[in-house]
Design a protein around this ligand. Structure first.
Ligand code: MRU
Length: 323
């Protein structure tokens, strides 16, 4: 099942805010509704944002609204950190001269490609892990980089799926991923659907799991990879990479080529989204207290053992650069 798609003139997408309790589908027929869904993370995850951006461009050009350029600008900026959102909008809009149907065709091509590319990178990642880890591979992951974050299949969880198909998957440790719990809500839901044994840990236990030798590899997705190999991903990824280096565990990033942004040299130049403090205070926080709710962090290239894409493996820690 595609977690985001186009049906009868509108976007259909699984509402990720309702999981794991309820599987509900959103029907989105205006750019305004789409921007709202993206901002509240009903649709989230870098490749899914690329698909949403492209489908949103199709909505904008078909709708014939008066402020089409304003709608497209608002959509591009709905979330700033993942490169895929603006990339998806721009790629679809580039076909506008051929008419609105061409924009929709391009968006649907992005969705089809996403599925194919994720399967390819999942297999490549599984090849790499199977060659570098002896026996069943125990994976630790952070946030959700599964089918929900893409169109189908997933990036980091695509690697997990491919290992599982080969009977080479040992277990999965799932960081819960404060404050919005993409790990304990979404990754755990997907792994349960797949029938994969897994264990949820609080984020503060992530380093201890690695230090105790419980995981063979960390596998995560990415929102943007800069030219030098820095990886921007969900907050908590950087400390996980530090802990992995200390424990001598490979730190693997699974992402499509479209997540690589050659126009930006280092992670320091990427805008890191800061979200509403209420997300931090929601579970027992002192009301009214100041917060600093960074949604993403930058893992420096020298901590990244391998970046696995649909086309290649890049080893930034050995000095290789993606662009
Ligand atoms: O804030 P989110 O949930 O959109 O953050 C998502 C992540 O950080 C994912 O790890 C990333 O987008 C890769 S998804 C294949």
């Amino acid at each position: 099942v595609r977690t985001i798609d186009w049906q009868d003139g509108h976007i259909v997408a699984i509402d990720q805010t309702r999981l794991p309790g309820t599987v509900a589908w959103l029907e989105i027929s205006t750019v305004g509704q789409l921007v709202d869904a993206i901002k509240r993370l009903a649709i989230r995850g870098a490749p899914a944002l690329g698909a949403a951006g492209a489908l949103g461009a199709a909505l904008a050009v078909r709708g014939g609204g008066e402020d089409r350029d304003g709608e497209l600008a608002g959509l591009r900026a709905a979330r700033p950190t993942a490169v895929n959102l603006a990339w998806g909008v721009d790629r679809a809009v580039a076909r506008l001269a051929e008419g609105p149907d061409a924009v929709l065709d391009e968006a649907l091509a992005i969705l089809d490609e996403d599925v194919v590319r994720n399967r390819a990178l999942g297999e490549r990642g599984a090849d790499w892990l199977a060659a570098n880890v002896h026996g069943p591979v125990v994976v630790q992951t952070h946030c959700n980089a599964g089918a929900l974050a893409c169109v189908e299949w997933g990036t980091a969880l695509g690697v997990v799926r491919a290992l599982d198909e080969r009977h080479r998957l040992g277990h999965v440790y799932v960081d819960e991923t404060r404050p919005l719990l993409q790990g304990s809500r979404l990754t755990s839901w997907e792994l349960t659907e797949m029938g994969v044994d897994h264990t949820i840990i609080v984020d503060s236990a992530a380093a201890t799991v690695l230090a105790r030798g419980l995981a063979d590899a960390v596998v995560v997705g990415a929102d943007r990879i800069t030219a030098n190999g820095d990886v921007v991903n969900k907050i908590g990824t950087f400390p996980l990479a530090l802990a992995a280096q200390r424990a001598g565990v490979p730190f693997v990033v699974a992402a499509p080529e479209s997540t690589i942004d050659p126009s930006i040299q280092t992670g320091d130049e990427v805008e890191i989204e800061v979200r509403d403090g209420d997300e931090v205070l929601a579970i027992g926080g002192m009301p009214g207290t100041a917060t600093l709710n960074y949604a993403f962090d930058v893992t420096p290239a020298d901590l990244v053992t391998a970046i696995v894409t649909e086309d290649r493996i890049i080893r930034p820690a050995l000095g290789e650069r993606p662009a």
